[in-house]
Every structure is written in C-alpha cells, then in structure tokens.
Write a protein that binds this ligand. Sequence first.
Ligand SMILES: N[C@@H](CCC(=O)N[C@@H](CS)C(=O)NCC(=O)O)C(=O)O
Length: 205
Amino acid sequence: MKLHWSPRSPYVRKVMICAYETGLEGRIERVRSVAAMKRPNRVLMQDNPLSKIPTLVLDDGRALFDSVVICEYLDSLHDGQSLFPKSAAQRWEALRWHALGDGMLDALILWRNERERATEQRSGELLDAFELKIHASLGLLEREAGALQAAQFAIGHIAIGCALGYLEFRFPDVAWRPAHPRIAAWFESFKARPSVQKTTPVDDQ
Ligand SMILES: N[C@@H](CCC(=O)N[C@@H](CS)C(=O)NCC(=O)O)C(=O)O
C-alpha cells in the first residue's frame, strides 16, 4: 500500500498511529506529498481529487480517503484489539471522541491559517471564534479526561491525542495545560506510547 504522507499532518499522524498500533506499518510505503489549501497537488489529485492527505492507494490501485476511512480500513486488516469498538456503547463513545478530536483539528488548521495572514487581512471575529471553540473543547476534554483514561484505547483517543499534539506543535504560545491538568496528564500518557513517539510531528520544509 502507498500512503500520501507528510510528517507535519495531524490527519496523516492518525493513520500512522493506527498503522503502528495494528502492526501494519511495514506494509505501508510512505510517499512525501505536499498538500496545501491554496496549491492543489496535481500528482496527489490523480489519487484523490480533493488534493488532501492522507490518501492510501491500495495494491489494486483503488485509493482510500479520508483519514478515518483509512484508519478503519487498516483496523480491518488485523486481528488484534480493534481500534473501532464493536459494542454499541463503546463504539458511539469512541466515534464521538473521534469527532471531537477531528473537529478540533479542523478548527486549529483554520485558526492557524488566519493567524498567518498579514495583520491587516486577519479577521478578529474569526480568530476569536476559533479560540473560543478550542477552549470550549479543552473544557469538555478536561471534564471527560477520567472517562477517556478508563476507556479501551481506540480511534477517539488517537484523534484527541493528535489534536493536542497539533496544538503543542503549531500553537506553542497557547498555554492550555495549567487550566486543564487532567487532560494534560492524559496527554502525557498518550505520548508515552511507542506508536505516538514514532510519529512525533516534524517541520521538514
Ligand atoms: N478530513 C480530512 C482532512 C485532511 C486534510 O485536511 N489534510 C490537510 C493536510 S494536514 C490537507 O491535505 N490539506 C490540503 C487542502 O486542504 O487542500 C481527513 O481526515 O483526512
């Protein structure tokens, strides 16, 4: 399998964490692909018309996207503990946490784009809205840190960990830990996993 990959993308990181957790990492050939909202990548678009990473090209040429679809596909290829719980209660809990982590990522990426615009072009309203949503999400995570810690490690943990990892990587100025000690402690335990250590983001360009 061939993965359009970047060491900077938090969505790619979700896929790579799943690959390590399921023992499938060795079956994935990583292809460094640059995906930027303003510059569609024509080579990548041959596999994914949306020009987004991650995109996984299977051995028969079919391409899978987006990240959660790839994660569930990888999860179907092993017979260890599933990252997509089967029992209803655990499944909805995991998918809800996944949606929260992915939603935080979506907001963080838009927030970063807005922060990087020239000062006179930035929208104060948008900046305030993204900041409010991220702080509200951190508040919810702080309240649910105990449940997250107690639940079987699954796709929700991976998405939330990648969102907090992206916050750490791209927003070092946002001091979120003091007001959110429980989720900060959970994040430290997440970072101790080998799959997470092997996918630490790197700004390679
Ligand atoms: N929902 C997608 C989001 C993927 C995504 O936005 N990836 C970014 C890189 S971090 C990208 O490819 N951006 C290029 C673009 O938006 O055109 C997923 O979960 O895979």
